[in-house]
Design a protein around this ligand. Structure first.
Ligand SMILES: [Fe+2]
Ligand SMILES: [Fe+2]
Length: 126
């Protein structure tokens, strides 16, 4: 996980760094901590997405609906794996170790980057 995913929008970059830190923590955690850390990651993701959706709403971002739909899909998937991992821990572990980072990276590169560009072009002060 050494890609530079910074978008040069402080509020977004901070949340993305925090997410990556939480993801790394789960990857290295004891089995007994897994569910709690997974819950923390879901809560952080809800806050992260809410902040972006608020920015998009206030500034009437042209692609806010598609961006928000992608947030819903990502969060639903995360919650699905969280629920599954309560019964089958390996299920959650495969999501955390093999999918979560790529999903997150793709969202930043393909979707969040457009919002970041809009914020810069519109000279929005956050
Ligand atoms: Fe984001
Ligand atoms: Fe986003």
């Amino acid at each position: 996980m050494c890609d530079n995913l910074d978008l040069d929008i402080k509020v977004m970059d901070t949340m993305h760094h925090e997410f990556l830190a939480l993801l790394n923590e789960i990857k290295d955690c004891k089995p007994s901590e897994f569910i709690t850390l997974f819950e923390n990651m879901i809560e952080h993701t809800k806050d992260h997405f809410s902040v972006e959706e608020e920015i998009m709403g206030i500034h009437d971002f042209y692609d806010k609906q598609e961006h928000s739909n992608e947030h819903v899909a990502l969060l639903e998937e995360m919650q699905y794996f969280y629920e599954k991992s309560k019964q089958i821990p390996a299920f959650g572990k495969s999501y955390i170790h093999q999918y979560a980072y790529d999903k997150f990276k793709r969202h930043i590169i393909n979707i969040d980057s457009q919002l970041a560009m809009f914020i810069k072009k519109s000279e929005i002060i956050l």
